[in-house]
Design a protein around this ligand. Structure first.
Ligand code: AMP
Ligand code: ZN
Ligand code: FE
Ligand code: FE
Length: 285
């Protein structure tokens, strides 16, 4: 079984439409793929309609969250939420608020870049995002299109990372509020890339333990942004806290170099996830 539990489509900042993502997942030899766009379920219907017969689709979301650590550090973190009731009104309202803050923040980052003479515009970024959740990968593509940088990676490294002056925070959801919302909607929350130091600061082990006590069910152990030490640390935490250790590519189409299935979830871990009660079930064979 080849299982990849984290992938993006044009409903957020991936470059495959949901239907293309389904075809690419089958072509990559995956048996199971999860669709986890940022703060939206808008891609679910198209993916469900386009799912090839042999492929299982796990519908999900990647929820933008914030943790204020006891020492005052504000840390951005992502929760994957699988198999939840997408019609839950509280979640819908929160995701709509997050999509709005993504647009406002995208606009503000563009303004800062334009003020320093970079030849991009909000209209260009907005066109690249289309109807999807706006994200930094759309700004990165605009910078590539305008010849400022050769590729998306360089755009992140030199201009868009949280360590750069053009970075603007989104007004993300408190992670404990998000855990409560996901559980109330029958979803299964898994902490995405919990130890990805290369993206920015990460939360403490104590915070991860508190998240486990608040309903978290898993940790992404295998992820392209985890160094070997990060994977070992995440695996140790998962074992100690009784959390399921998952693995995934975090595929974004051509917005990233990682192919589908580059990291995978162990079939035993997938079984453990499916054994938990959830609002909906995966669709597939
Ligand atoms: P945002 O949600 O707008 O803050 O943007 C974060 C998104 O940018 C995440 O989905 C990341 O996967 C993506 N990202 C972060 N670093 C890079 C990078 N170096 N190259 C491409 N995408 C990246
Ligand atoms: Zn993304
Ligand atoms: Fe993420
Ligand atoms: Fe992601």
């Amino acid at each position: 079984m080849r299982i990849d539990l984290h992938a993006h489509s044009t409903a957020s900042d991936g470059t495959d439409t949901p239907a293309e993502l389904m075809a690419h997942a089958a072509a990559a030899g995956l048996d199971v793929v999860a669709l986890t766009d940022h703060d939206t379920t808008a891609g679910w219907d198209e993916a469900l309609a386009a799912r090839p017969a042999g492929l299982t689709l796990v519908p999900g979301v990647e929820f933008s969250c914030l943790r204020v650590e006891p020492d005052g550090r504000r840390i951005s973190l992502h929760l994957l939420a699988y198999l939840l009731d997408r019609n839950d009104t509280q979640l819908q309202a929160e995701w709509q608020r997050l999509r709005e803050t993504r647009r406002t923040r995208g606009r503000e980052m563009v303004e800062r870049l334009v003020a320093d003479g970079y030849p991009i515009s909000w209209a260009q970024v907005s066109t690249l995002a289309g109807a999807g959740s706006v994200g930094r990968p759309h700004l990165a593509r605009a910078l590539v299109e305008s010849g400022v940088v050769p590729d998306v990676d360089t755009a992140f490294r030199d201009l868009l990372s949280s360590r750069q002056r053009y970075y603007v925070r989104k007004a993300d959801t408190d992670v404990f509020a998000a855990l409560a919302l996901i559980r109330a909607a029958g979803g299964l929350p898994v902490f995405a890339h919990p130890l990805a130091h290369r993206r920015g600061p990460v939360v403490s082990d104590e915070t991860i333990a508190a998240m486990a006590a608040a309903g978290l069910v898993g940790l992404e152990v295998e992820h392209p942004d985890h160094e070997p030490d990060d994977r070992a640390h995440a695996a140790r935490l998962a074992r100690g806290l009784g959390l399921i250790g998952t693995g995934s590519s975090d595929y974004h189409g051509t917005n990233k170099t990682t192919p589908l299935g580059a990291r995978q979830t162990d079939p035993d871990a997938y079984e453990r996830l499916l054994a938990l009660p959830s609002a909906i079930r995966p669709t597939g064979p």
